[in-house]
Ligand binder design. Structure first.
Ligand SMILES: Cc1cc2nc3c(=O)[nH]c(=O)nc-3n(C[C@H](O)[C@H](O)[C@H](O)COP(=O)(O)OP(=O)(O)OC[C@H]3O[C@@H](n4cnc5c(N)ncnc54)[C@H](O)[C@@H]3O)c2cc1C
Length: 271
């Protein structure tokens, strides 16, 4: 079989909101490799795969014969590996996502056999708490971390600070709220930036995720404001949010983590 032949099957496709989808994929006849929560896999489809009706017309059409591939963070737990779950935004003018959106259960897709990435908890000291900051599908790697880590007894505390325009764009909201009720070491804070567009008044927090940080929402539940001495922060999602958070955190002494220079801020840039 050619190395570009579709080698996985879509088993589930859940449309969370227009343009936001949870996709589950199972390898066809091969075993998923081990992976660490936070890592990503690569999905691919050929140019001749149909585009969904919501997408823009494509100009120019990608050359035939070459698979279109993109990276996607894994949202499922690394413990239960019967499928890989992805949380994907439709980019209307994009090349791959309109094709992924046209997939239905039973359809075939290419799944890269390697899972990789450094956006993991592996280099975070065991005795510090972790704040996971996201907008939109930047939540995906955190779902994998939480679904894997929160099942163990004891251990560090986690918090998710999640931002979206509308309440219906807060994917995994119910699961995160349930995790918070079940685990004393998990805190979930969501904020929406366009409350005036809600059909039913939103009683939660409003503004941007940076506001959640400024407002010290964690200090209320953790009893202290996170500092570089006791907390690592993960950032994933909209590049403007990531840049804003990096500046806010730098002013409080947090430094970006790299392999060469350990720090407390871990960043995944989607684009
Ligand atoms: C390590 C890594 C992990 C990623 N994980 C995810 C994930 O879990 N979920 C996900 O939806 N995307 C994720 N992405 C982005 C993904 O790889 C694609 O870039 C995205 O799906 C667009 O592909 P496309 O071919 O449709 O658009 P393209 O034709 O490649 O157009 C790219 C343009 O689309 C826009 N864009 C890209 N990603 C997004 C996005 N998420 N939201 C809004 N606009 C975007 C940007 O303007 C970008 O320049 C990840 C990227 C990286 C590098």
């Amino acid at each position: 079989m050619s190395k570009d032949a579709p080698n996985a099957i879509v088993t589930s496709r859940i449309e969370v909101a227009p343009g936001l989808m949870i996709l589950r994929v199972v390898p066809d006849g091969w075993r998923l490799p081990d992976f660490s929560p936070g890592q990503f896999a690569v999905l691919g489809l050929p140019p001749e795969a149909p585009r969904c009706s919501l997408s823009d017309a494509e100009e120019p059409v990608p050359p035939a014969g070459r698979l279109i591939r993109r990276a996607y963070s894994i949202a499922s737990s690394s413990l239960a590996r019967e499928y890989l779950e992805f949380y994907i935004t439709l980019v209307h003018s994009g090349t791959l996502t309109p094709r992924l959106y046209a997939l239905r259960p039973g359809d075939r897709v290419w799944l890269g056999p390697k899972i990789t990435g450094l956006f993991t908890l592996q280099e975070v000291p065991v005795d510090v708490d972790v704040v996971l900051v996201a907008t939109g599908t930047g939540l995906a790697p955190y779902m994998s971390m939480l679904r894997t880590e929160l099942t163990a007894a004891g251990g560090r505390r986690f918090a998710v600070l999640l931002g979206a325009r509308h309440s219906w764009d807060l994917g995994y909201h119910a699961e995160l709220a349930t995790m918070q009720r079940l685990s004393p070491r998990f805190r979930y804070e969501a904020t929406i930036s366009r409350p005036a567009e809600e059909p039913v008044p939103w009683s939660g927090r409003t503004g941007y995720v940076t506001d959640l940080w400024w407002d010290s929402v964690l200090a209320e539940s953790w009893g202290r404001r996170p500092s570089p001495a006791d907390t690592h922060v993960f950032l994933c999602g909209n590049p403007a949010m990531v840049d804003d958070m990096v500046s806010v955190l730098a002013a409080e002494g947090f430094r970006e983590h790299t392999r060469k220079q350990p720090g407390e801020v871990h960043i995944e840039r989607y684009w």
